[in-house]
Design a protein around this ligand. Structure first.
Ligand SMILES: *Cc1c(COP(=O)(O)O)cnc(C)c1O
Length: 404
């Protein structure tokens, strides 16, 4: 047996033993019934499932204007982009989308990537290879895509304690004064649902002449008067050098981007391998994303409904005695604290209550912090919430009795 095959076998055995083996639940999205999906049971029947864990936070992925734009683009332009941006892969849609994204963040320019993951990985990797002696200051809870860009780069990496201003400042102060510095962090952290103090982080970064790189993936579309994210909400976007976002969460489509000043965007356009050497977003996706952003920027009512739904869900769960991790965002984590139980609870919600809530286990969160991550959308009704709360009461109570 080739050593890699042997490594796969033993690796899988270890992953299974540790309860980390991943199984995916096939769910069919119903564009006219979101957040109700369907699944096929082992005996071939179709069953409705209410999904509480989608990152299509504003349900824009099923918005008629977005579907219409994707359909129209497919009919008129076909399915694929046919090349990289350089090789016949730039359409008027790509240019318009970048203009729209720059406007969303009030920056001079923007650049599209295949995904938010690639945007983070290739932007950071390219920046950190562009100069010798970078010192990068990365929040301890930064997403894997940022870590992927930072790791392996010829830079000195400082991991600062999550959202901890004193720790950030202490580390910046200790670094060589003349070294180029970059502070990389997120606005809304997806697992804990907490929010970075962007203004105070900028105060500190400015004191030490550090550039700032902000991942607004879980905030774009959702926060700020036009959906520009937490930086827009806090009126500090102009203080962030590079804002990174996704078209796949609040905007319900696919793709990633950065918004920054013209020189930075132009430089990355000409040097970032994860931008240059991959086929550009298909016209269907570019058209859908453009329609989605234009709609979301103007639709403050949709944002308000999302936040009302999240607040209502939190207060109902709390009133029912269900242990939630308190957050100031739209993300509602329900504490479980054990990987096996977390998976079992999720499975029982699915089997007995037709509810899908993803179990979040190590390595996404630390051992002992396992949880269900609930993400209400504007289309989750009161009746769905009542059903979820009583289902959670049921599965969590039975668990406690069993443990006792
Ligand atoms: C999901 C996520 C990304 C990646 O975005 P995709 O468009 O899904 O690739 C980047 N950063 C954070 C914080 C994320 O949660």
């Amino acid at each position: 047996m080739h050593p890699f095959r042997a490594a796969c076998r033993s690796g899988l055995a270890r992953i299974r033993a540790e309860g980390r083996y991943r199984t995916f639940t096939p769910l069919r999205k119903q564009a006219d019934r979101f957040p109700v999906f369907t699944t096929t049971t082992p005996d071939g029947l179709t069953r409705d499932i209410t999904v509480w864990s989608s990152n299509d936070y504003l349900a824009m992925g099923v918005h008629p204007a977005v579907i219409q734009a994707a359909t129209h683009a497919a009919i008129t332009m076909g399915a694929g982009a046919g090349g990289t941006r350089n090789i016949a892969g730039t359409s008027h849609l790509h240019d318009a989308l970048e203009t729209e994204l720059a406007a969303l963040h009030n920056k001079p320019a923007a650049l599209l990537f295949t995904s938010g993951y690639v945007a983070n990985q290739t932007t950071l990797a390219t920046m950190l290879r562009s100069l010798p002696n970078w010192h990068v200051f990365s929040d301890a809870k930064n997403h894997n895509s940022m870590i992927a860009g930072i790791k392996g780069a010829p830079a000195t990496v400082h991991i600062w304690a999550h959202n901890n201003l004193e720790d950030l400042e202490r580390r910046l102060a200790a670094a060589p004064p003349d070294a180029p510095k970059l502070v990389a962090f997120e606005s809304v952290y997806s697992m804990d649902g907490d929010i970075a103090p962007i203004g105070p982080i900028c105060d500190i970064a400015e004191r030490y002449h550090a550039m700032t790189y902000l991942d607004e993936v879980h905030a774009v579309g959702l926060y700020g008067p036009t959906g520009g994210g937490i930086a827009e909400r806090d009126a500090v976007a102009h203080r962030i050098d590079i804002i990174e976002g996704t078209l796949a969460k609040g905007f319900g489509c696919h793709g990633g981007y950065i918004a920054a000043d013209r020189d930075i965007v132009d430089f990355l356009r000409s040097t970032a391998s994860g931008f240059i050497f991959t086929t550009s977003l298909p016209p269907t996706t570019a058209a859908a994303a453009l329609a989605s952003i234009r709609h979301v920027r103007a639709d403050q009512a949709r944002r308000e409904t999302l936040h009302e739904r999240a607040a209502t869900l939190k207060s109902r769960l709390a009133a029912a005695g269900i242990p939630i991790i308190p957050t100031l965002s739209h993300i509602v984590p329900v504490q479980v604290g054990d990987a096996t139980q977390c998976r079992q609870i999720s499975q029982r919600l699915f089997d007995e209550f037709a509810i899908y809530a993803t179990p979040i286990n190590y390595p996404t969160v630390p051992v002992g912090e396992e949880r269900l991550r609930l993400t209400p959308t504007p289309l989750h009704t009161d009746a769905m919430m009542n059903h979820l709360v009583s289902a959670l009461q049921n599965v969590l109570t039975v668990r406690k009795l069993r443990v006792a």
